[in-house]
Design a protein around this ligand. Structure first.
Ligand code: NAD
Length: 334
């Protein structure tokens, strides 16, 4: 049996990554589209063999409830719209995969989680790296104690974001922490398996670059964990771009170049002056993630990254924003 998916929002990620990835899925099939642009949606539907009757707009979206072909809704809209379209999807009786970051506020995240519970439907936040072998192996190595006690994590995720882009709108997307910094934050959490208790942060907004009228160009932040681990993270919209992390343990150093990209991960464990490079078979992150969620639906299992996982990142993101404003350490509430 395959699981029927509706894709909500036909922007860059949906068109360039997610829809093509269905071809590599075993269990997940695109059966419906939701878009504000009917002509574009019809063309896209034709490419992917989607019945034009299953093309919805943002007004009649809720009538997807009556479509038995749709099991799962994948929300790929600007961050400011995640909560609304996730809640409406869950209320329509569908399971929802929602892009990261989960939403703009804790209250929105809590509403999304409550809507899933009320509808008895699954909600997963789209942390694709939990479904690809390099990051999974890094987590295993950390859990098995291969690096020893983790003292320091450094993580960087940067890109050169050209205007126009939803990412440069504070209202639609938040800023670099929400968009790219969340990968560093999430990695620090999955590598340690702990929840950070306190953050510090510094933001840079160059006055001479019109891209950064609303959002910071770069943010550097630290996360303090209960066991004593400190993560030093940075993210930017104005750099050529690195996507890497290093875990410095008492016994070994683990590092991953290309850690957050769609491909190109390079995982190295350095112990006793010997470097071991991991030769793993890469997968399409989006296909792996979608088939994973389809399996959760078919087997009625709880996903690895439910709404609570997205909420934990949002709590930290909000504390980081406060730390950039006050210049002081900010505790992360539980
Ligand atoms: P995008 O700007 O290319 O696409 C956004 C889509 O939303 C567009 O089709 C736009 O028409 C539509 N939209 C509907 N209402 C809108 C409104 N009021 N204002 C603006 N656009 C509106 O963005 P994207 O890069 O595809 O990102 C979409 C989501 O996917 C974001 O949440 C982003 O964080 C996430 N994302 C995740 C990954 C990943 O690797 N998991 C990668 C890229 C983006």
């Amino acid at each position: 049996k395959t699981v029927g998916w509706a894709v909500v929002g036909l922007g860059q990620l949906a068109l360039e990554e997610v829809l093509p990835a269905f071809a590599k899925c075993r269990l997940s099939k695109p059966v419906a589209l939701v878009s504000g642009h009917p002509d574009k949606a019809k063309k896209v539907a034709a490419v992917y063999g989607i019945d034009p009757k299953n093309v919805y707009d943002y007004e009649n979206y809720d009538t997807i409830a009556k479509n038995p072909q749709v099991d799962v809704i994948y929300v790929i809209l600007p961050n400011s719209l995640h909560a609304e379209y996730t809640v409406r999807g869950l209320k329509a009786g569908k399971h929802v995969l929602c892009e990261k970051p989960m939403a703009a506020t804790v209250a929105e995240c809590e509403r999304m989680i409550a809507a899933g519970k009320e509808a008895k439907r699954k909600l997963m936040i789209a942390y694709r790296l939990r479904h690809e072998p390099f990051n999974r192996t890094a987590i295993d190595l950390c859990r098995k104690g291969e690096v020893g006690k983790i003292k320091l994590i450094t993580a960087s995720n940067g890109q050169d974001t050209k205007a126009p882009n939803i990412r440069l709108s504070k209202a639609l997307a938040g800023g670099p922490v929400e968009d790219v910094g969340v990968y560093c934050l999430n990695a620090a959490r999955y590598l340690t398996g702990e929840e950070p208790t306190e953050v510090t942060a510094v933001a840079v907004r160059p006055k001479d670059d019109p891209r950064f009228r609303e959002v910071a160009e770069s943010v550097a932040f630290t996360l303090r964990f209960p066991s004593g681990t400190v993560a030093v993270c940075d993210c930017s919209f104005g750099v050529a771009g690195v996507r890497r992390y290093t875990v410095q343990g008492a016994a070994a150093t683990l590092s991953m170049d290309g850690a957050f990209g769609y491909a190109g991960q390079e995982l190295v464990l350095e112990k006793d002056k010997r470097k071991a490079k991991f030769d793993l078979s890469p997968v399409n992150h989006f296909a792996a993630e979608m088939d994973y969620f389809s399996t959760c639906v078919l087997k009625n299992e709880n996903p690895l990254t439910p709404g609570e996982e997205g909420l934990a990142d949002v709590r930290a993101i909000i504390a980081i924003a406060e730390a950039t404003r006050t210049g002081r350490p900010v505790p992360i509430p539980r």
